[in-house]
Write a protein that binds this ligand. Structure first.
Ligand SMILES: [Zn+2]
Ligand SMILES: [Zn+2]
Length: 138
């Protein structure tokens, strides 16, 4: 399984797998990630080549404009509601998966916290991580 990142939603209806390596791994504390996760942040691995991501199962998507004005599509399972992945209209080659959707979430290696300015005192993250104010895609 080395070299393959695989995962899916909580009920198993959606599965994904890629042989690509992530180019960006972050926690995001923006309000939208808080709302969608139900807690202080969401966590993502972003892969550079959407075409290398094999996705099985029917997904529902919610499209919303980020702070930048660019549209993002949040894909989630219509049965269990689990947020699974995210794509970006302005960067169509990229695909980001939610860290806890991985079969082995221990492979997530966060390096960056985005929108830390929106973080709450009860959601303290590793202080050694690099803080960036915002992402281009918002
Ligand atoms: Zn599901
Ligand atoms: Zn966010």
């Amino acid at each position: 399984m080395t070299g393959t990142y695989a995962g899916g939603c909580a009920c198993g209806a959606i599965r994904y797998e890629t042989t690509s390596e992530p180019i960006f791994e972050n926690h995001c504390q923006c309000r939208e990630c808080q709302k969608r996760s139900g807690t202080g942040h969401s966590s993502y691995l972003t892969f550079p080549n959407r075409a290398d991501m094999v996705i099985c199962g029917d997904v529902s998507t919610w499209k919303v404009a980020g702070d930048s004005g660019n549209m993002k599509a949040h894909a989630f399972c219509p049965t269990c509601g689990t947020p699974v992945f995210l794509t970006f209209d302005a960067m169509p080659d990229l695909i980001a998966v939610h860290a806890a959707s991985l079969d082995d979430p221990g492979r997530f290696e966060p390096r960056v916290v985005t929108y830390a300015v929106r973080g709450h005192g009860w959601d303290t993250l590793d202080r050694s991580l690099r803080i960036v104010e915002r992402m281009a895609d918002g």
